[in-house]
Design a protein around this ligand. Structure first.
Ligand code: NDP
Length: 331
């Protein structure tokens, strides 16, 4: 069983030697367990946080353990009555070719409804993040201006499209012409290319009435630019801060956070896993939007786990275009 293990904690950017690619004996499912052939892996910015020691919303990956990852696979043998051979399943199977599971946190997915990799994107964790982050935390109202960073990414592109479905004006922030064009194609009303103009200036131009909801995926200067354009009673959804994840020193907070006070605004963080009980409700609604052509999805598929570190670094360099997934092996 081929595996990628975390063997060192990263300082700053994750270097190649923090991972080890190794062969392990094929795992055997015990009573109540089943064996999964891993087909697709999700590559997520959050992985950077899981590698750090110390307290967070989830335990860190221990040194020597297989790197944690969400995945889609097929059950190839089962001693668990809830999962049968041939079932396609989604779960935290880790960066490896085969995994044994007891079924906790695992659910079946249907490849006749959507391609398997989509269950790691818009129908998976990033889709749930967009849905609950925007609707529950951001509480957009019809006519609101919703500003979204990371707008061509897995979470961001979905947030913009849901904002449009809810009757809002959606403004995206993304790096480069191709990504900005893509954001426009999926329905953003306007886009700021933060690599071509200072984010603050672009936000001012694209949000002439100001910002009612800012959905933040990136932090840093873009967050500052957004805060300085908030409207009265605005909501800032703290989803992520990818520009800060590889800082070797403490991350940098917004210098202008007093904008929250002046505008009686609130900024609220959330963790998608807290919504696990409601994933079904969101997935059904999103699947319907996809069918109606209101919600588009894009995945960026790379191949093989041996280059896991390189694949992961793509996220921090903006080299992924859509939800980044690894195709692990043929079905
Ligand atoms: P994306 O598909 O959006 O990929 C990451 C993108 O971030 C890159 O493509 C790049 O886009 C952008 N980026 C990278 N570095 C920078 C930088 N320095 N400044 C600005 N943009 C940068 O990833 P996801 O959709 O999976 O994740 C988006 C965010 O959501 C992350 O912050 C993640 O941690 C967070 N998240 C939070 C969850 C929660 O429960 N709170 C759950 C899931 C995700 P570009 O080329 O446009 O710069």
């Amino acid at each position: 069983n081929r595996q990628v293990k975390l063997i060192q904690r990263p300082e700053g950017e994750p270097a190649p030697d923090i991972f080890e690619v190794a062969e392990a004996p094929m795992p055997e499912p015990g009573e109540g367990e089943f064996l999964v052939k891993v087909l697709y892996l999700s590559v997520d910015p959050a992985m950077r946080g899981w590698m750090n020691a110390g307290r967070s919303y989830i335990e860190p990956v221990e040194l020597g353990d297989v790197m944690r990852a969400g995945a889609i696979g097929r059950v190839i043998s089962s001693r668990n009555s809830a999962f049968s051979e041939g079932d396609y399943v989604s779960g935290m199977f880790g960066v490896q070719h085969y995994a044994v599971s007891d079924g906790k946190g695992v659910h079946t997915v249907d490849p006749s409804i959507a391609p398997l990799e989509r269950y790691l994107g818009v129908l998976g964790m990033p889709g749930m993040t967009a849905y609950f982050g925007l609707l529950d935390v951001g509480q957009p109202k019809e006519g609101d201006t919703v500003l979204v960073s990371g707008a061509a990414g897995a979470v961001g592109a979905t947030v913009g499209q849901i904002a449009k479905i809810k009757g809002c004006t959606a403004v995206g922030i993304a790096g480069g012409e191709d990504k900005c064009n893509f954001a426009r194609e999926v329905g953003f009303d306007d886009v700021v290319d933060y690599k071509a103009e200072p984010a603050g200036k672009g936000i001012k131009r694209a949000c002439p009435k100001g910002v009612d909801v800012y959905f933040d995926n990136v932090g840093g200067e873009i967050l500052e630019g957004a805060l300085s354009r908030l409207r009265l009673n605005a909501r800032v959804v703290l989803c992520g801060a990818i520009s800060q994840y590889n800082n070797a020193d403490a991350l940098v907070g917004p210098r202008n956070y007093m904008a929250l006070l002046v505008n009686r605004a609130r900024m609220e963080g959330f963790v998608v896993f807290d919504y696990a009980k409601r994933y079904g409700e969101a997935a059904r609604e999103m699947a319907q939007w996809i069918q109606e052509g209101k919600l588009q999805a894009k995945e960026h598929v790379v191949h093989g786990i041996d280059d896991f570190q390189k694949h992961l670094m793509m996220l921090f360099r903006g080299e992924n275009f859509g939800k980044l997934v690894i195709k692990v092996q043929d079905d």
